[in-house]
Design a protein around this ligand. Structure first.
Ligand code: C2E
Ligand code: CA
Ligand code: CA
Ligand code: CA
Length: 264
């Protein structure tokens, strides 16, 4: 009868509401997206001063069924909330390991974005060790989240360093006590944040900051990569200041592993 139908509908609706209220739908969809490989690795080439591709940064992209792409800025915070970042990182590492690209990447540096708790994950560590047999692996840490377990992190870094893995401090200059972390974790590379590159033409202060980063990096024997390079003036200024590796839309946007493969 109509009453049965309506009451069934109401029961279903309230179940849906409760489910949704406790955010289980988000959790379920995200987990499914990861396990179905709907979130997949794109890669943005990194070039030297002669525009030669020397490697690339792997960036997560969620490709919806309708072909639309969701930005990691939207889903990474949710994955963090549900503690799904390690699963995502494992999927990205294994997808790159299974790709054609990995067979031609001995001379390339491939970067991944890792959070601290990923580094403590044994499966993530094993995938990194395996990938490091195919390419130069660079793990990027952002200083916007504070490192929490120093002892554990140092031990994991040492383990991976024994297999040739290198580490970069990401978004350098924007986060927590940069110099402190630089010293503590002995990073191999620094990524100069886009916000500095953006203002390199307009701000004298930025120029001085980059000059001092270059000086520091040369004293500490740390490699530099500038991110978010969008025009030739920025590239030329960076090069004049002594920064020789660049990533940005001036050169390439993030692209599929297949298109990246055709460049190398
Ligand atoms: P990020 O690590 O700083 O990555 C660089 C971001 O700058 C990327 O955005 C890239 O597409 C963008 N970008 C590069 N060159 C240019 C440029 O010339 N102009 C402009 N306007 N943007 C440029 P994307 O891919 O949206 O990633 C955003 C952030 O999400 C990343 O920032 C990173 O923190 C995070 N993320 C992405 N993939 C992963 C991942 O697999 N794991 C983790 N933990 N975080 C990730
Ligand atoms: Ca990064
Ligand atoms: Ca960055
Ligand atoms: Ca950045």
């Amino acid at each position: 009868s109509i009453i049965e139908l309506v009451s069934t509908f109401i029961v279903l609706l309230s179940m849906f509401y409760i489910f949704y209220k406790y955010n289980n739908i988000d959790y379920y969809l995200l987990r499914k997206a990861i396990s179905n490989n709907d979130i997949c690795p794109f890669i943005q080439p990194i070039v030297d001063k002669d525009k030669q591709v020397i490697g690339g940064e792997v960036l997560a992209r969620w490709i919806k069924r309708n072909g639309k792409m969701v930005s990691p800025l939207d889903f990474i915070p949710k994955l963090e909330k549900y503690n799904l970042i390690p699963s995502l990182t494992m999927q990205l590492l294994s997808q790159v390991l299974k790709s054609e690209l990995v067979r031609k990447s001995e001379k390339l540096t491939l970067s991944f974005n890792l959070t601290e708790n990923c580094l403590h994950n044994a499966q993530v560590q094993n995938l990194c060790i395996e990938l490091a047999t195919h390419c130069q692996l660079l793990l990027e840490f952002t200083e916007s989240s504070e490192f929490e377990n120093v002892t554990k992190t140092l031990a994991a870094m040492q383990l991976l360093r024994n297999h040739g893995v290198q580490f970069a401090l990401d978004d350098y200059g924007t986060g927590y006590s940069s110099l402190y972390y630089l010293n503590l974790y002995d990073f191999d590379s620094l990524k100069i944040d886009k916000s500095f590159v953006d203002t390199i033409e307009s701000s004298e202060l930025t120029l001085h900051i980059i000059e001092s980063i270059v000086l520091l990096a040369s004293k500490l024997n740390i490699k530099l990569i500038a991110e978010g390079v969008e025009n030739i003036e920025q590239k030329e200024t960076l090069q004049r200041l002594g920064v020789n590796k660049y990533q940005g839309f001036l050169f390439y946007k993030p692209e599929s592993l297949d298109s990246f493969s055709t460049r190398i």
